[in-house]
Every structure is written in C-alpha cells, then in structure tokens.
Design a protein around this ligand. Sequence first.
Ligand code: NAP
Length: 288
Amino acid sequence: MIITAKTQKVGLLGWPLGHSLSPAMHNAAFAVSGLDYVYLPLPTPPELLPQAVAGLTALGFTGVNVTIPHKVAIIDLLDELDASAGLVGAVNTVVVSNGRLIGYNTDAGGYIGSLVAAGVSVAAKDAVVLGAGGAARAVVAGLIENGITSVAIGARSADKANAIANRFAGSGLPVNGIAWESSAFAETVAKADIIVNTTPLGMYPDTMSQPQLDWESLKPSAVISDLVYNPLKTSFLAEAEQRGHFVVSGEGMLLEQGALAFSLWTGCPAPRPVMRQALLAGLSNKSS
Ligand code: NAP
C-alpha cells in the first residue's frame, strides 16, 4: 500500500487501544476494494479528546470509529447526531462531511445485521437482554427499531437495567428492567424467543464464566446470541448449542458494525468476506 497526501484517513479513537482488530479489518477492505484509504489506531487519552476531535477536521480525516471510553463523551464535541446515535445515546462512528462532524451508531444496526445474516428475524419476538452497559443500549435500540414485541433487560443491578428501560420508554413497547436474580426474571426468560448476552462474561481469558439461566425452562426454539467474540464460541453459546438452541456469535456484530462504518466513509458496499477473513485471522492470533 502506498500512502500519499491524497490518501483518505480514517482511524480509531479510544484509550487504551490495546490490540484492536479494526485496523486489519478495514485496511483489508480498502485494499480489496481498490480504495485509497488508510485506517489508523489513534490512542487518545480522555483529557485530550477535544483536541483530537478538533484535529480530525484540521488534518483532513474522512472519519473515525470511537470506542471505550469516548463513545458518550464525544457527543458534545460533534456538530450533528444521526438518529441511530441519538437513540442509543452513544457514538461509535464519525463522518467528517464538509467540515462538519456527524456522529452515528453502527452497533445497533450491526447487531441486527448479524442476526439477519444468520437467518434470524426479530419481528414480533420477545427478547431478553442480559447486561445493562453501553452494548446493551445499542442492542435494545436495534431490537426496537426492527419490530421486536417486547424487551426485558436483566442485569445484576436492577437500577442500571431500569435506567436503560426508561431511556426507551417513549418507544411505546414494553421495555422493562429486571434484576436477574428475581423470580420475575426467570418467568420472562422462559417466554423469550431471543436471549442475548451483552456482559463480558465468557470473554478471554475468563472463558469458563457465563450468565446463569434456568436452561430447562427455555423454549426449545429460543435463539441464543452473545456479543463476546473472543472466543468465537463462548461457554454460553456452547451450552446453548449442546441443548439444541440456534446460536449467533459476537463476531457477526463486529463484522456488521464495521461494514456499516465502511459504507458511511466510502459510499461503497463493504467487502464482507475479506473483512471476516481479516477478523478471524486476528482472533486466532489474539486468543492463542
Ligand atoms: P459495559 O458498558 O462495561 O457493560 C457491561 C455490562 O455487563 C454491565 O451491565 C455490567 O454490570 C455487566 N457485567 C460486567 N461484568 C459482569 C459480571 N461478572 N457479572 C454480571 N454482569 C457483569 O461494557 P459494554 O461496552 O456494554 O460491552 C460488553 C461486552 O460486549 C464486552 O465483552 C464487549 O467486548 C462486547 N461487545 C461486543 C461488540 C461486538 O461487536 N461483538 C460490540 C460492543 C461490545 P455492572 O454495570 O453492574 O458492572
């Protein structure tokens, strides 16, 4: 790859960045699409976020991805929020358009895209979301925008689960927060069509941990999905599969949120097979 003054720059704002899979995924996508773009890791300490964001326009960046801990803090530094970011209350992608910084959230669409790619529709289904952090907000937003009938947010903290439910109170749908220790939660899980883990339980290196469910009570048709993508098959998904449930892993969401960001920056369809290959190669290095 030859980088010149004309090369379009995108990157990833976060702190600390560690080993992110996004540069490999996007640079592989640019290369196979014949696009003169480069994706750079941009580690940015929180106290320097305003300068870094101002620098995006000064340096002629086309856009950026945004990750922990900047997804909410960056909102006040942008000129405009797309509806996706407004609904979630967090930004994971920025597009610089005519000098204006526009914030998007591709996690919500990315989660739904991963279900669709696996042949799972959310329309007219009842969902249970395990966990009440940033990813849970995106998942709930995606479910609501795509025709879900009801969403129950189960977390170890009922207050945090209720805070997310309250955020979506205007949706007109039953969105409830529940402590996952309660009997009401057990009853909700037994009726669920889709159950999604949005906690880090099961993530490498603590791969044996998983959310606790009364597996015997679940509908046999319930789809089980996990946002954790390292390992690709968490112990939660392995147990679900062993019990005969259809499972969807977190790698699909990682791919789809990246594919949506790629299209926002380039206006081109994302080369998903190449992006997936780059992700899988990065993941096999990561967990070994
Ligand atoms: P977050 O904002 O820190 O939220 C994590 C949630 O999990 C909180 O509700 C937290 O509860 C709960 N939690 C954490 N440890 C727990 C434990 N040991 N037992 C029970 N609950 C626990 O994190 P996030 O940004 O939402 O990310 C969550 C996970 O999703 C991470 O593993 C991340 O890698 C993954 N993710 C994947 C994708 C993808 O593309 N596949 C995208 C985004 C995120 P408390 O608030 O009570 O601590």
